[in-house]
Each structure stands twice: as structure tokens, then as C-alpha cells.
Write a protein of this length. Structure first.
Lengths: 362, 77
């Protein structure tokens, strides 16, 4: 395809930027750069980009897997509904994520009607076609996904459809990471497609308040290498700022229509993130006007505290990049993509899953 | 790979209101929602979970290459 293939994987350019990275890194102490997107982790791991970076430059994966951070209590709620006979529609990745006692896949094995959809649009159509059944769409995902939920809620879908809204907002999680002093981060690779929606402004606090170089970055290997280089350059100049490397998909103001829709449909509330705890102003909830579509209210769901981390699982440390998957004693022993223990091994965007699928990443 | 924060470029083949048929390449056509973008036939859009989230253009792709070269040249100067 013209846009993504056209010289975006050019080896000569890659060599040039890697040379620059190595040269500029010589002047720095140890640098830790954090990204917060499962697709960035996939690019970095799949293309072996870490092996091209100098020893003193480390890129770690933050909580960028939307499936991994859904708390067990919210999976439990979906299971509760499914076992009551409500049809649960969800993204495929969330099926095997462990709840407190079982996953949605386990519930499906017990006879619950759980259907994987490509997007919320499929759930809307299914509900329209089967008016004698109750449907719930399990709306997970960051700001990239939340606008699609907003569109369908605004349209007031069929009465037999409601939504379990588990959307989360990324910048507050980045704030939590930067405030964890023992993580000692030096820069952020900001997520490309979240930024397509929210624009660049929400990241301003990172350079301005925390002196963190922050670069909105795309997903081709060259995008990531340039993102890393731009961060190193800012550190080298002692001028942390907000830059946009992914200009072909991210406008300064983001997608204005999408932002307006999200504001109309959702209010921002505190949200629990698996492995991270409650983060202030980091989740969306349906506004009062749309609360008849809120599955929590429709089915009187009351979230009990769930078991987020199973014994021995270190997903809570993986998710903030504190340890690498290979530093977890369960990795590829008791915990594999075929038999995952924690959410980071389940999702195709989970750090452990990505590392498991690609050899020689360490 | 089907990832939750990934958006894939596709070419708009026809548009009907908020719905468009797009080509993901090699003839893979899919219906997507285009309520979030202003598109015309022939545009490229970034599609996430069945919804187009942005229009991308050849010029902006070229602009990225120009930005990269500028960064490298500044560093080499």
C-alpha cells in the first residue's frame, strides 16, 4: 500500500538513524524510554529494534495493552451477565483474559452465549436481527476505540442492546508512571493511534511539568527509531518538548469530531487498571442522558473486588515495564500463550505474549 | 495481527452516508463507518475496529520522509 510501504522500511534510512542514535547516546548516561502501546511493543520486538540500540538506551513497555489492564472485576461482570443468559459481544482478545475465577472463554464452554465481533458495529447489527435476545457489548479499549462506542450510543441503538463501558484514558496512566520515581523514566514515546483521536495537547504536561521529552510516534520500524532519536536529541540539548513524528496520521488537534462525540456521550471518572490500581480521571462512563444503555444500571451490576493478579504472576510489574517477561519465573514455563496465567500473556498486545511469539528478544 | 490499538490504512471505494466500502489491498473489501471523517472515493483512511479514524494523504506521507531527512541532515551538519 502506498502510504505504509513507501520507503517506511528503507534499510538505508534505518542505518543512518541508528548511527545517529549510537552517536548521540555516547553523550548520555543510562536512558530509559517508555512507550504505552501494544502495537509499539510489537514493532519493537518483531523487528528486533532493541538489538539496534546502544546498551545505555532501554525502551520499556508501559500499560499499553487495553485488554491487559481491564480489571478482573469487570470481566467478572461480563461473565455474570453471560451466565444469566445475556449475549455478550466482545473483541476476540478479551475472551481468554482471566477474571477472578474464570475467563469469558470458560463461561462460553459452560454454555454462555459469547460472540466475538470485529467492532461495536457488528454487535449493533446482531442485536437488531435478534430482537428476542438481550445483547451487551463489552466496550474495552483506549481513546482509539472509545469514539466508535460513542457513535453507536449517540445513535440510540435497539432496546435489547446495552454497553459495559470499560474504556480507559491513556495520559493519566502516563502521569502515574512518570510519578513513580523508582521507574526513573527519561522520555515518552506517545501512542500514535490514541493521538490520532486526542491530538498532541494532552501530553503537554509531560515536558512542561515533568521535563520529559515526549514524541508522538508511528508504528513502522523507522517511526520508532526516529521517535527514539528525537527523544535522545531533546535530552542531549537539555530541552524537553513535545514533538509529533507521526504527522501523517496525527493532527495537532486530533480528530475533532471524535473528541466532541466522546465528550457528549461520556463523562470522565476514576478508573481501576489491572495491576496499577485506581487512577484518577482515567475512565469513561456513559452520561446520564445515555444511562438507559448502561449495562451496570440495566442489570443492577455491582462490581465486587476482583482477583487481578493470580499467585506467582508478575503482570503488575510487566505492565509498568519494571521487569521484562524473561524475569518472571512463570514465563514460558507455567505461563504460555496456549495456557496463559496473566493478562499480559493472553492478548496479542500483551508484552509477554509478544515476547513469547518472537524468539531471541532478550 | 489483530491489535486493539492498531489502525490499518485502506482505500475508499464508495461512500453512502456514514458507511463506506474500503479496500485493504489485494481486493479485500470491507464496509466501515466513516462518521468520524470527511472522505471521498479514492481517499486513504486509517481503520480501527470497523471505524475510519483519520484520512491520510500521499502528501502527508511524503512530508514524513521529508521530516526524517531533515532530522538526519540537521544531525549530520
Amino acid at each position: 500500500m502506498m502510504v505504509e510501504n513507501f520507503r517506511f522500511r528503507d534499510a538505508v534510512l534505518a542505518k543512518r538513524v541508528v548511527k545517529k542514535i549510537n552517536k548521540i547516546a555516547l553523550k548520555e548516561d543510562n536512558i530509559k524510554i517508555c512507550h504505552v502501546c501494544g502495537t509499539h511493543e510489537w514493532t519493537i520486538t518483531h523487528f528486533g529494534l532493541r538489538s539496534l540500540l546502544p546498551d545505555n538506551v532501554e525502551v520499556i513497555a508501559g500499560p499499553g495493552c487495553p485488554v491487559c489492564i481491564v480489571p478482573a472485576s469487570e470481566i467478572d461482570e461480563a461473565i455474570q451477565l453471560a451466565l444469566k443468559g445475556v449475549v455478550i459481544t466482545c473483541f476476540g482478545d478479551v475472551l481468554r483474559v482471566p477474571g477472578s475465577k474464570m475467563s469469558l472463554l470458560d463461561a462460553k464452554a459452560e454454555g454462555a452465549d459469547i460472540r466475538v465481533v470485529y467492532g461495536i458495529g457488528d454487535a449493533v447489527k446482531m442485536a437488531e436481527k435478534n430482537v428476542d435476545k438481550e445483547f451487551v457489548f463489552f466496550a474495552i479499549g483506549f481513546e482509539t476505540t472509545a469514539p466508535s462506542t460513542a457513535i453507536e450510543v449517540m445513535k440510540k441503538p435497539a432496546e435489547n442492546l446495552s454497553f459495559l463501558v470499560s474504556h480507559r484514558i491513556i495520559p493519566p496512566a502516563m502521569k502515574l508512571l512518570v510519578e513513580m520515581k523508582d521507574l526513573s523514566l527519561n522520555g515518552f514515546i506517545a501512542p500514535g493511534h490514541v493521538s490520532t483521536i486526542i491530538g498532541v495537547k494532552p501530553y503537554r504536561i509531560f515536558p512542561e511539568l515533568y521535563h520529559m521529552p515526549t514524541v508522538v510516534t508511528g508504528f513502522e520500524p523507522l517511526d520508532v527509531l526516529f521517535g527514539v532519536y528525537m527523544i535522545l536529541k531533546q535530552l542531549n540539548e537539555g530541552k524537553p518538548r513535545l514533538e509529533n513524528e507521526y504527522i501523517r496520521a496525527v493532527r495537532e488537534e486530533g480528530n475533532v469530531k471524535a473528541r466532541q462525540l466522546m465528550r457528549k456521550v461520556f463523562e470522565v471518572v476514576d478508573g481501576n487498571w489491572r495491576g496499577l490500581g485506581v487512577i484518577p480521571s482515567s475512565a469513561f462512563k456513559l452520561r446520564e442522558e445515555y444511562e438507559s444503555f448502561d449495562a451496570h444500571l440495566r442489570y443492577c451490576l455491582k462490581a465486587k473486588e476482583g482477583v487481578d493478579i493470580q499467585p506467582g504472576c508478575k503482570c503488575h510489574l510487566i505492565i509498568i515495564g519494571k521487569i521484562k517477561p524473561t524475569e518472571c519465573s512463570l514465563f514460558m514455563k507455567a505461563c504460555t500463550p496456549q495456557k496463559p496465567v496473566g493478562p499480559c500473556m493472553v492478548s496479542s498486545e500483551g508484552t509477554c505474549h509478544i515476547w513469547a511469539k518472537v524468539s531471541k528478544v532478550a | 495481527m489483530m491489535a486493539m490499538c492498531l489502525a490499518i490504512p485502506a482505500k475508499v471505494v464508495d461512500v453512502k452516508g456514514d458507511s463506506a466500502r474500503v479496500d485493504f489491498g489485494e481486493g479485500v473489501l470491507r464496509e466501515v463507518n466513516v462518521a468520524l471523517v470527511d472522505v471521498e472515493v479514492g481517499n486513504y483512511v486509517l481503520v480501527h475496529a470497523g471505524y475510519a479514524i483519520e484520512v491520510i494523504s500521499e502528501e502527508e506521507a511524503q512530508e514524513t520522509l521529508r521530516l526524517w531527512n531533515e532530522i538526519l541532515e540537521a544531525a549530520e551538519a
